[in-house]
Write a protein that binds this ligand. Structure first.
Ligand code: ATP
Ligand code: MG
Length: 201
């Protein structure tokens, strides 16, 4: 056997072992349930990931709803697209922004949009709910943890939920099935490049 043939044979054996491991892990994963996913961290890509999941589910014919826990009067590419495909949106139209000034108005807006979130989380006809930037409602103490926890725990058993935002509360991380932390390696903004339409919103 030549050196190349030997290398090829070893590669094949390694791949066979890997395939056996993956196959056995896949065969062992048999449970089906509504998942709670958390996408947190300081890097860019949390909301993009949440909306990507909504697009993925919608593409399979599932019903999805999105709650945006930030001032939603801005243009939003995902909303423009996904509403055309039947995705319901509840948007915090007034109040909370990154540079919040009026706490009472923010809390009122948070409570109002949370009522809509609770409706989505109680509706078994909705397969996936995205709670975009929910984490800030807890870090700013705009919504009580107990109320969020209750709605998540009592949701229809097959319903999936995605929560995004920085500095996710540890209780939500405990409750979640899948948690990803997006790390900031570099960001164009740090080099003075402004947010780009179609990339940043
Ligand atoms: P995206 O919506 O692009 O997936 P994100 O949800 O991970 O971003 P947010 O904290 O919600 O991040 O920030 C929203 C906006 O801030 C986006 O325009 C995004 O590009 C920008 N941004 C995200 N991460 C960073 C960062 N590390 N430095 C500067 N700007 C950022
Ligand atoms: Mg975001």
């Amino acid at each position: 056997m030549t050196t190349d043939e030997l290398k090829q044979q070893r590669h094949k054996e390694r791949q066979q072992r890997l395939k056996a491991q993956v196959d056995s892990a896949v065969a062992g994963a048999v449970d089906e349930k509504g998942l709670l996913l958390v996408i947190t961290g300081n890097g860019k890509g949390k909301s993009t990931s949440g909306f990507g999941t909504v697009a993925r589910a919608t593409g399979h014919g599932y019903t999805a709803a999105v709650v945006q826990f930030i001032k939603g009067s801005w243009d939003c590419g995902e909303r423009n697209l996904l509403q055309q495909h039947g995705v319901q949106f509840a948007v915090m139209a007034t109040g909370f922004t990154w540079d919040t000034q009026d706490k009472a108005a923010d809390i009122a807006a948070a409570e109002q949009v949370w009522l809509q979130a609770e409706q989505f989380l109680a509706d078994p006809s909705i397969d996936l709910v995205l709670l975009d930037e929910l984490t800030y409602m807890l870090s700013y103490h705009y919504l009580p943890l107990a109320r969020i926890e209750q709605a998540l725990l009592q949701r229809p058993p097959a319903q999936h939920v995605v929560i995004t935002g920085r500095a996710c509360h540890r209780r939500l991380i405990e409750l979640a099935d899948t948690v990803s932390e997006v790390q900031n390696v570099k960001h164009a903004f740090d080099n003075g490049i402004k947010a780009q339409r179609g990339i940043d919103w």
